[in-house]
Design a protein around this ligand. Structure first.
Ligand SMILES: Cc1cc2nc3c(=O)[nH]c(=O)nc-3n(C[C@H](O)[C@H](O)[C@H](O)COP(=O)(O)OP(=O)(O)OC[C@H]3O[C@@H](n4cnc5c(N)ncnc54)[C@H](O)[C@@H]3O)c2cc1C
Length: 523
């Protein structure tokens, strides 16, 4: 995936069938759907792929036990189906995880036990494994450091877990493989129109400072929490379609959660859901749900959010995590659909968890949803785009599309740090054979080799130090201090790969260190 080649493709193609604004889960899913239906597809991302909400999730591929409790069966059914497809199509990035709901009250056994049997039944043949009641002894055996005081037992069920930013880069690779032009660091600054109808975009390549124009039969706004800013470019009178809602996660050393199961707390002290999850050798705990009055690409956790998570985690863990134990704090904002009836004049087709809005000028906006349902959201969006743009009516093929790096689920396990590359793992290994220094770990506390830096620059469109340390590897959110310590060496290697000079590398280290301080609890 060479940026120069993609830029050349950009110059040579006009018009596009579909232009997508935004390179998070939603936009990248649309790009894969559009390219695999054979449409000429351009995606423009202002920053890096998954820089926004899509690298800041809880990393669950789930039907949503919570929605079941709310009685939203269609939503759960759709998400459970997508959970199965995501595992089928990207088994190198999505795996099954055991969740245990601890029981401290007598009624919790029958209540959660029956609820989770319904969850199993709704998944049908895509169910991962049956849920079951666990005795107190079994629960302690699974989670040795669960809070044992008054513990009666647990209920175990299964859901999926994944690496969100790695899936995003996999979608980029898949879309490019199918002929799409997918570019990061290209910010859409305006929409072009003919006879009042949107027919393209103007955008700024933020690396070179050059402005470009591209035309298309359909323009799709997939900018998540920023959707309203694009809707305003289209129509200065557009009303708000999105409500950002902030969620925070804290990351701790793995010793806080022994065993291989996650803990799911259905009701925190203020009635929310809390997860304690093993992930890439650390433990993620979250999340919160705070309505925000503006969208933020790099949101910061509030003191109350950190306090809420620490307080509730302490109720379920025998060794209470404290502020000093936090390895990283990360926050993201959900692009929630604002209640219906508030988008004055726009035509809209509503689905349960996401909405496709069509403005008077024909700008298509896709909002809401979640990572788990990204594929279905893309399918719905493209179905609308075909009608709107008069495109050839070709069926969606992503239900059975193996994503880049697909590897048989029963293939021998890859070493830690390599599994996310799937079928590319051997090629990353070959880099280390050719240059043994690349076999060294990026940081002694984490499993990523220096070869990951070279691979990211050559094959994953990594353009900055942050791209490598936050999203191609996940070091920033796993251990922010380790990311700061690794920054100079990684920047030097990245500069070599991208043909940049020492001043560039030093500037990258300065900028990244400033950003990473915000992920340290004392930042
Ligand atoms: C705390 C939290 C936990 C979550 N946990 C889960 C979970 O466990 N499982 C699950 O399924 N879902 C989860 N979700 C939901 C999921 O993460 C989101 O639904 C999804 O990532 C949204 O993706 P998106 O592409 O719509 O938005 P984003 O990822 O924010 O992408 C939008 C992109 O548009 C770009 N952009 C903005 N303006 C422009 C412009 N002018 N030109 C070009 N590009 C532009 C931005 O830079 C950004 O990259 C969670 C969400 C949060 C916040």
């Amino acid at each position: 995936m060479n940026r120069d080649k993609l830029m050349q493709q950009l110059e040579e193609t006009t018009p596009w069938d579909v232009i997508i604004i935004g390179g998070g889960a939603t936009g990248l899913g649309v790009a894969v759907d559009s390219a695999t239906r054979g449409f000429r597809t351009l995606l423009l991302e202002a920053d890096d792929f998954a820089k926004g909400t899509s690298s800041r999730s809880t990393k669950l591929v789930h039907g949503g036990v919570r929605y079941l409790e709310q009685g939203d069966i269609p939503l759960v059914l759709e998400a459970l189906r997508e959970r199965g497809l995501m595992h089928q199509n990207a088994p190198h990035l999505v795996h099954h995880l055991s969740f245990i709901v601890p029981r401290y009250q007598w009624w919790e056994g029958p209540f959660f036990g029956i609820g989770l049997k319904v969850y199993d039944a709704l998944a049908g043949k895509l169910n991962l494994a049956p849920s079951r009641l666990l005795s107190r002894e079994e629960t302690i055996a699974r989670i040795p450091n669960i809070e044992q005081d008054k513990l009666l037992g647990g209920v175990e069920y299964f859901d999926g877990q994944f690496d969100d930013a790695r899936l995003a880069v996999t979608l980029v690779q898949t879309a490019v493989h199918h002929g799409a032009c997918v570019l990061n660091y290209c910010k859409v600054t305006g929409l072009t129109k003919e006879n009042g109808l949107t027919n393209g975009v103007t955008f700024l390549d933020t690396e070179t400072g050059t402005t470009h124009t591209a035309t298309a039969k359909v323009v799709i706004n997939a900018t998540g929490i920023f959707s309203d800013s694009i809707r305003l470019l289209d129509d200065p009178a557009a009303t708000r379609a999105v409500q950002p809602s902030q969620g925070v996660h804290l990351v701790f050393d793995r010793s806080f959660l022994a065993g291989n199961s996650a803990i799911m707390v259905p009701h925190t002290d203020d009635g929310r859901v809390l997860f304690v999850i093993p992930w890439h050798g650390k433990v993620l705990v979250g999340t919160t749900d705070t309505a925000m009055d503006h969208a933020d690409l790099e949101p910061r956790a509030m003191k109350e959010e950190i306090g809420f998570i620490l307080r509730n985690a302490a109720r379920y863990l025998s060794h209470d995590p404290e502020e000093k134990d936090i390895l990283s704090v990360f926050a993201g904002q959900r692009p929630l659909v604002r209640p219906p009836g508030k988008d004055g004049g726009a035509t809209k087709a509503i689905s349960r968890n996401h909405e496709v809005l069509v403005s008077d000028s024909g700008l298509l906006t896709i909002v809401g949803g979640k990572w788990t349902t990204y594929r279905k959201m893309a399918e719905d969006t493209l179905d609308h785009a075909i009608t709107l743009g008069g495109l050839a009516d070709r069926p969606c093929v992503t239900g059975n599309l193996q994503l880049h790096g697909w590897r048989a689920p029963n293939a021998p396990a890859l070493p830690e740090g390599f599994s996310v590359y799937g079928s590319d793992a051997a090629k990353v290994g070959a880099l280390m054979e050719a240059e043994p220094a690349l076999a060294a770990p990026i940081h002694p506390r984490l499993a990523y080799p220096m070869a990951a830096v070279v691979w990211a620059a050559r094959h994953e469109q990594a353009r900055t130090l942050e791209d490598v340390l936050a999203r191609r590897t996940r070091i920033l959110i796993l251990d922010a201090q380790a990311a700061i310590e690794a920054a100079p060496e990684v920047a030097t290697l990245l500069a070599r790969e991208l043909h940049k000079d020492t001043a560039w590398a030093e500037n990258q280290v300065r900028e990244f260190t400033e950003l990473a301080k915000g992920y340290l609890n004392h930042g």
